[in-house]
Ligand binder design. Structure first.
Ligand SMILES: [Zn+2]
Length: 411
């Protein structure tokens, strides 16, 4: 499995100069290769392959020796990036995303990410050194000691705003998964990020600190002040930069929190299997209603799917597994009698005519767990165990599910 880690670096002025010179070569190459592709498709109706463009590189270097400043694998990766840009555009277009745009020429202020794939970098004594032939100033950067240097297979330099970062990808061994008969159903929500229930009927809950609620009013104010300025005026640029910083702080805090929480969930249970609701099902149901102005709520669903990704890879590293079940209405259906209720987001608990009063997220996790168990005929014994445990905690029995698989329940 590949893990990516991003580290901020602080290049000296000379190093920054080197980086910009290398980036400029990559930018020109990107634009050149792009125009070659565009012309070929316009004049001849042909597509130029990545292989052909790569084979032309030595010739280009002979004509324009400046391209030799850049480590050759980095130049190849520029062409490869263009190739993937094209491929993703075509695949979006085929899926009828009509707002998909073909790759565009990169402007002079654009810093092209320098990708060192498999070679061109040396890691030793807490330092990472990247190869270049522009001048003799070394591109060496410190890496925090906690970082594991083993099996690094790609290093890239990118720029975000005014800041430079290294993105380091390394190969990490996965532990072997085995099914130990312990399961944990996990429900991802917005207020309570996570509600989970295990086979013993015990709940785990974590309240989202909602950094976005703190930051959103701030970014809104700055944004409206910025939009009242003439675009690209000095004031506009200053506010634009402030806005970017605010948004970044907010998203950093959310990411940090998600990392810690997913780590906690994986570590604090003996369960080897996590059951998650397939997020796409809910998203699809919502997108039918969604029209416009839902930017923030779609952003939230983006956060949720990222959390699911964090949980998945952390589980994999620990020899555990995340299973997604595609099930609708887990939050709407009363787990006891199976009746469906309208459950708008503000409604925190479900009160059903059958006498079941339960927190909405808890209800949802029980549904997820029961769905998972009942989809596997072998595990009806587990269902009873789980329901029995729920009853021990004082929760009503689930007739909805025992009807599906009729059997005698012993108190
Ligand atoms: Zn009910």
């Amino acid at each position: 499995m590949h893990l990516t880690q991003n580290i901020r670096i602080f290049p000296t002025r000379e190093q920054e100069d080197v980086l910009w010179h290398l980036s400029e070569r990559c930018r020109l190459l990107y634009n050149f290769a792009l125009s070659e592709r565009k012309q070929a498709s316009k004049l001849l109706g042909q597509n130029i392959s990545y292989i052909k463009q790569q084979n032309d590189l030595p010739e280009l270097k002979r004509k324009y020796p400046e391209y030799g400043w850049v480590y050759s694998k980095v130049l190849q990766m520029v062409l490869r990036t263009l190739d993937t840009d094209y491929k993703s555009f075509f695949s979006l277009w085929k899926k009828r995303h009509r707002d998909a745009r073909p790759p565009r020429f990169k402007g002079g202020k654009h810093f092209v990410t320098l990708i060192y794939n498999q070679s061109g970098f040396i890691i030793e004594q807490g330092k990472i050194t990247l190869t270049h032939f522009f001048n003799s100033i070394p591109l060496s950067f410190h890496i925090p000691e906690s970082f594991n240097f083993e099996k690094v297979y790609q290093v890239s330099v990118y720029r975000d705003g005014e800041e430079f970062y290294l993105s380091i990808v390394r190969e990490v061994p996965e532990k072997l998964y085995y099914d130990n008969g312990l399961y944990q159903a996990v429900d991802l929500g917005i207020n309570k990020t996570v509600t989970a229930v295990n086979m013993h009927g015990k709940f785990f809950e974590s309240w989202n600190p909602r950094p976005d609620k703190y930051w959103n009013p701030k970014t809104d104010t700055i944004q409206s002040r910025r939009d009242h300025c003439r675009k690209r005026s000095r004031r506009w640029i200053r506010l634009h930069e402030a806005l970017r910083r605010c948004k970044k702080k907010c998203s950093d805090q959310i990411r940090d929190y998600q990392h810690k929480l997913s780590r906690k969930i994986v570590d604090n249970t003996r369960a080897n299997t996590f059951i998650l609701q397939d997020l796409h099902v809910e998203e699809m149901a919502q997108s039918k209603k969604a029209t416009r102005g839902l930017n923030r709520s779609t952003q939230n669903s983006g956060y949720l799917s990222r959390f699911a990704r964090f949980l998945t890879y952390k589980a994999q590293l620990a020899g555990k597994k995340v299973i997604e079940i595609s099930e609708q209405d887990t939050s709407k259906r009363c787990y006891t009698c199976g009746r469906k209720h309208a459950m708008p987001l503000w409604k925190r608990s479900m009160e059903c005519d059958c006498g079941n009063v339960i927190d909405r997220d808890r209800n949802s996790t029980i549904n997820i767990m029961m769905r998972f168990l009942s989809q596997n005929a072998l595990w009806t014994g587990y269902q009873e165990l789980f329901l029995g445990n729920l009853r021990r905690w004082g929760l009503p029995a689930a007739t909805a599910y025992s009807q599906e698989t009729p059997r005698v329940t012993v108190e």
